[in-house]
Design a protein around this ligand. Structure first.
Ligand SMILES: [Fe+2]
Length: 204
């Protein structure tokens, strides 16, 4: 991996560290680094995948979310429409080119992120998109991801926080399309859901 990736990581780290971004003190260690680590675990299984493209996507896939939060002075954005997403993807593409990545590489990375954002037919997407989508989904079942909602929205009614979280757990699970990760994280998915419900397990 060359210096361009290191520079990209540093830029994303600096943007995340801005206190106007709600997740500024945990998003690197407890999300983006985990996404990269999972990508690095599965890349050797898929030699046809471009490792540089995969890792660049891992670090830039939440660019819009991070920058939008900072630019809106820390307000939660209710209105994440198509135009908003397209604007931030094109800003991210320009950033990749500025860092010295080829234009084709930057276009491909952001086309892939568009597919990832749409969350439709991910199992038919190209291999880099499948790896990053799957790693993104699995990363939420590792560490503090779901626990941070409780800290960040302490006044939210319990029923709402649990119902919203269960919906998100299922959405995250639908992003996992690689069979190796599905098999490995099945138990983590079920455990995360179990911790958000008052229904006991069925006896075996
Ligand atoms: Fe993510």
């Amino acid at each position: 991996m060359d210096k361009k990736i290191d520079k990209l990581k540093q830029i994303i780290k600096d943007k995340v560290a801005d206190e106007r971004f709600l997740h500024h003190d945990w998003y690197i260690k407890w999300h983006l680094q985990i996404v990269e680590d999972i990508c690095n675990q599965v890349l050797p299984l898929y030699p046809e995948a471009d490792p540089e493209l995969t890792i660049a996507m891992a670090w830039i896939h939440d660019y819009g979310k991070i920058v939008a939060w900072v630019e809106n002075e820390g307000k939660v954005l209710a209105n994440r429409n198509q135009q908003y997403q397209d604007n931030y993807r094109s800003e991210a593409r320009d950033l990749l080119i500025e860092l010295g990545f080829e234009t084709d590489f930057a276009n491909q990375a952001m086309e892939n992120i568009k597919v990832l954002d749409a969350k439709v037919d991910l199992d038919k997407a190209n291999i880099e998109t499948q790896i990053v989508s799957s790693a993104d989904g699995c990363s939420h079942f590792v560490g503090l991801f779901y626990k941070m909602f409780w800290r960040e929205f302490p006044n939210m009614p319990l029923d709402k926080i649990t119902e919203d979280s269960v919906r998100k757990v299922d959405q995250d699970w639908s992003k996992v399309c690689l069979p190796e990760l599905k098999e490995t994280y099945q138990i983590a998915y079920e455990m995360t859901k179990l911790q958000l419900t008052n229904k006991p397990l069925n006896l075996k």
